[in-house]
Design a protein around this ligand. Sequence first.
Ligand SMILES: Cc1cc2nc3c(=O)[nH]c(=O)nc-3n(C[C@H](O)[C@H](O)[C@H](O)COP(=O)(O)OP(=O)(O)OC[C@H]3O[C@@H](n4cnc5c(N)ncnc54)[C@H](O)[C@@H]3O)c2cc1C
Length: 425
Amino acid sequence: MGGLNSYYYRNNRLFETGLHAITNYADKAAKHAPLNKLLRQLKISRDEIGFHQQISSEIRFPEASLLFSNDFEELQQQISATFPSQSDNFQRLVSYIDDADPFSEQHYRSTRAVLAEFLDDRLLVDMLLCPVLYYGSSWENDIDFKQYVIMFRSVFQEGLFRPAGTIKNLLDLLVAKLNQYGGTLKLGTGVRNIISQGEKIIGVTLENGEKILCKHLVSTIGLDETRLLLGRRKDSQGDRRLAFVESIFQLDRQALQVLPGDRTCIFYSRTKDFRFEQPDVPVCYRSGVISLPFNFQDLQTNRDSIEVRTTHLANYQHWLKASEDSDFYEKLKEQHGRQACREVEPILGDFSRHIVFSDFFTPLTVERFTGKHGGAIYGSPKKVSDGSMGYDNLVLAGTDQGFLGIVGAMLSGVSMVNRHILSKL
Ligand SMILES: Cc1cc2nc3c(=O)[nH]c(=O)nc-3n(C[C@H](O)[C@H](O)[C@H](O)COP(=O)(O)OP(=O)(O)OC[C@H]3O[C@@H](n4cnc5c(N)ncnc54)[C@H](O)[C@@H]3O)c2cc1C
């Protein structure tokens, strides 16, 4: 799990950059669940993290709304009640997803087309796509079915949680484990280039000129980003990458009187035909995600900061152009903040008068702090599921291997290291 999920301090307060909700929740008893396998592999006990499950999340469209929680039954019941004619079809779709193997080598398959084979209702198709696209699609209006299976399981069938502490506590825990096993985290200087000799990687040169030699290299910076460090061309020339503006509104405690107390995330579309594509304006408000990170089970009373976060699709080029004039760029961010409030207040209640501090990450912020080209949080539309980059000892892990989110990024790292490095020792 890299820099997309981090933290910073403003006004003596810790801000989490990314944490809405972590996917892949599993009870302790579910020994074979990906989360529990991951914790065993990393030798982290569940108590070190502290799990707080979501309360309830919502997919809200103009004509219908569906609630889901970490009890998958709830989504099934909601679909039966709201789309009675689709109930059996949905069960068949779930069986098909249960039987699917997203890790086998397959070409891209449109999820929209697969869902339409099972469901006769376009609205339900859009509603079942909306959270998954927002939590992990690098394709416009669709997602590769392999990826959908992974995300459907991790968002709907497993569910969402938050750790007891902040993202800083979680990162500190991971760094402590790394140190305990002899690793070192080097910060403050990036990799300038990867040194190769034929099919072999020898090491890396850092931006400060230092060379580090290695037997194996695992890159989590992205497919194109890694290729450029190898002196190769980008793989995905001309792809339309998806970027977002993320907004954080910190609120006073009175805001609790207007905000819903039982919603963790709300995935909304204001129009019945849900669009998930690069907008031709700086920010598109037709759809988005609203996250209420204080609304997790047993967390409401002990959180000292009440926040609303919103995610909206954005156009990287517009923000790049705006950044040529820093005053204009700042004004555009402020303007976006006001507009984001206006757009989501009809859903959340009138919270903007309770704002004590706000901050916005544009696609340029994401690019600057993570190196993701175009500020594309979910990376390249091309995923390399076996992690292979055409070198004997270089493996790609993380987002562009096809695992999204905090747990996904960690699962990817562990599985790629097991497969390409530890299995050969
Ligand atoms: C605003 C936001 C909200 C999110 N919310 C959630 C959430 O609620 N739940 C969830 O599960 N996931 C969430 N995510 C997604 C999650 O953060 C990512 O899926 C995850 O961090 C991906 O990890 P990664 O290791 O693949 O990539 P990254 O996090 O991008 O890590 C790659 C790292 O490589 C570094 N790097 C890049 N270039 C170089 C170089 N040349 N040399 C050295 N280092 C380099 C970057 O600085 C970065 O630290 C969110 C992301 C964002 C941006």
